[in-house]
Design a protein around this ligand. Structure first.
Ligand SMILES: O=c1ccn([C@@H]2O[C@H](COP(=O)(O)O)[C@@H](O)[C@H]2O)c(=O)[nH]1
Ligand code: ZN
Ligand code: ZN
Length: 593
């Protein structure tokens, strides 16, 4: 059923600066015996989106939402489980702006009752981040954090131990559904050397996994993971379980690619991916499951999915509550914690004012409103090492180092980390023939785009549904009446631009009906020539690059026939300067308010 919400609240938001959501037509949620809420790739955005009304609810609102949804399910004799599939860190001032990083975030995050969670790759890039998982997040969610393929060197005992239990068996409260759950990370190899990520294909051959899938007293296998739902890793897990349990329903929850996505593996196995940055709360329901209580085989389970826009109007609508009856004490407290943390961290402090929007993929590259063009033509001009003076350089930055658009208006302490949170610095090799340096950039850009989850291919992680479309211009299509089981109104309110998701089940997954947005492809990396004498082609250049991509630069240099041992002969360029700080300094200098 489709509902139109006309409520235009005046003071909905818990945070003074959070924008009110805009009314929009909404599709309903169909509850079942077993229901799920799912977040992934939140990357510290627990304050929600302060500049985008569609995604303006904060983690406190989500705490209230999960409580109210659980109350609703349980009142109907049903169950609700809350899932998070990792990449909780890096990407927002609330995480990256504190010293040390993350001290506010984990305290806010733990207030959500999460039934199952797992780690993403971002929890493992650095030693202190993975140790914080082991020592803080795993104990905060004791018994619910799963790590089927991650080990860590314990900081005290120095022993290699599982980050968390490999799997878990439990029975749901209301329906008595017997579940065996696993928690995976994709085949990631960019982790710091204090953790070991075992390949999924070998993990599923281990005795503990083989025994777990041979358990006959199971009504549902639940696989959560920081793994794209359309990936070789999830396909392999599906096949392994199916080979032993030909008929048992399997529900997957995934993430990492920052997209809304839904995969059908067979008639009883499905996977949901729930976007990124607290824009989306995924909802799944399964009905017709066999259970301990029913002792009978299911008529055939029915799986349903929804991608909920993270705002209060969606939350009120789906719970049937309003601004008086919706919030819980716990939820309001969490919103206050977020506001206090933001204030302690001075996240609203304005460093400068952007004169216009700068888009990662909503504008063509190159173009004046494209963020990479801005980086190439403006910001990277300030990348200058004193010892190299005006020596011409080619500066290579992976486009994935930029994480979010810049909106016209205040560029705050928060924006600094939202736009690019990473701490990697620049390195360089001197006296590289200009043609070879250009060739290296070309080779890097010929690498496949995000076609796999393996970071050994240079990736720029494209937002939204970009990955699903091979064309140059990727338009999110307006759902046609024939491709959806609901009647979409073609007149009435002006629709707000946003997600118009197309997945394995069609085009009716989004809860909110939006007008589509166009996306354009971006290269893997940019590599502008920066020279005081723009009209002259230099014979040699400094080849400057972000150290995060050194492995790829070395490979590309081999392809290009550059006979230099980059690992040995490279040096720090503008020592200690990260892309984050380079951008910040440029903004302070050039964007007056
Ligand atoms: O230091 C870093 C770390 C990561 N990146 C970029 O991020 C993606 C991975 O992000 P997900 O959130 O896991 O999708 C990686 O492929 C790089 O593009 C970086 O640039 N620097
Ligand atoms: Zn992520
Ligand atoms: Zn990830």
């Amino acid at each position: 059923m489709l509902f139109l919400l006309w409520l235009l609240p005046s003071a909905l938001a818990a945070q003074p600066s959070a924008p009110d959501p805009i009314s929009a037509p909404l599709r309903a949620l169909d509850f079942g015996q077993l229901n799920f809420l799912h977040t992934t790739d939140t990357h510290g955005w627990l304050a929600g989106h302060l500049q985008e009304p569609s995604y303006s609810a904060d983690w406190g609102d989500y705490v209230s939402f999960a409580t109210r949804m659980r109350e609703k399910a349980e009142a109907q004799g049903q169950d609700l489980l809350v899932i998070d599939t990792g990449d909780r860190v890096e990407g927002n001032g609330l995480y990256d702006s504190s010293e040390p990083k993350g001290i506010y975030l984990s305290d806010i995050f733990r207030h959500q009752h999460i039934d199952l969670l797992t780690s993403g790759n971002h929890e493992l890039y650095k030693q202190n981040t993975s140790e914080a998982e082991l020592l803080i997040t795993v104990p905060n969610f004791r018994g619910n954090y799963l790590a089927s393929n991650i080990d860590i060197i314990h900081p005290t005992t120095k022993e290699l131990v599982p980050l968390a239990p490999r799997f878990k068996k439990f029975t749901t409260k209301k329906q008595g559904i017997r579940i065996v759950a696993f928690g995976f990370l994709f085949d990631f190899n960019g982790n710091y050397n204090n953790t070991v990520v075992q390949r999924v294909s070998s993990t599923i051959k281990e005795d503990w996994f083989q025994e777990a899938i041979r358990d006959k007293e199971v009504d549902l296998f639940l696989v959560i993971g920081h793994v794209p739902v359309h990936s070789p890793e999830y396909r392999a897990i599906f096949k392994e379980i199916r080979a032993i349990r030909w008929d048992t329903p399997i529900q997957f929850f995934g993430g990492h690619q920052h997209v809304r996505d839904y995969a059908q593996y067979d008639s009883k196995a499905f996977g949901l991916a729930s976007g990124r940055f607290m824009e989306t709360v995924g909802f799944m329901s399964i009905d017709g499951l066999a259970s301990k209580a029913s002792h009978q085989s299911a008529v055939g389970p029915v799986f349903k999915r929804r991608y909920i826009d993270n705002n209060l109007l969606s939350y009120y609508h789906h719970t049937g509550l309003d601004q008086e009856s919706f919030p819980t004490e716990e939820g309001l407290n969490v919103s206050r914690l977020i506001a206090k943390a933001r204030s302690d961290l001075h996240l609203d402090h304005v460093h400068g004012c952007a004169p216009h929007d700068l888009w990662m993929s909503r504008a063509k590259y190159p173009a004046t409103d494209n963020i990479y063009t801005w980086l190439e033509t403006q910001v990277l001009g300030d990348l200058r090492d004193e010892s190299r003076g005006d020596t011409p350089k080619i500066a290579i930055v992976n486009t994935g180092a930029m994480r979010f658009d810049i909106f016209k208006g205040p560029f705050t302490q928060d924006s600094t980390f939202i736009v690019s949170p990473f701490t990697s610095t620049f390195r360089y090799v001197k006296d590289v023939p200009y043609e070879k340096a250009q060739l290296i950039v070309d080779v890097l850009n010929e690498q496949p785009q995000v076609s796999s989850t393996d970071e050994s291919s240079l990736t720029t992680l494209a937002p939204l549904e970009q990955l699903a479309y091979p064309e140059d211009v990727i338009v999110q299509k307006w759902p046609s009446a024939s491709s959806t089981n609901e009647q979409i109104p073609m007149s009435g309110p002006d629709l707000v631009p946003g997600y118009t998701t197309k997945d394995d089940l069609g085009t009716d997954g989004d809860d909110t009906i939006h007008s589509p947005i166009s996306f354009y492809r971006v290269p893997n990396c940019i590599g502008p020539l920066i020279s005081a004498n723009a009209s002259e082609t230099p014979k040699t250049v400094d080849l400057v690059y972000l150290d995060f991509i050194e492995g790829y630069v070395i490979l590309a240099a081999k392809f290009a026939g550059l006979d230099v041992d980059i690992a040995k002969e490279s040096d720090a360029y503008m020592p200690h300067m990260s892309l984050t700080n380079l951008i910040l300094e440029w903004v302070k200098k050039n964007w007056k308010c």
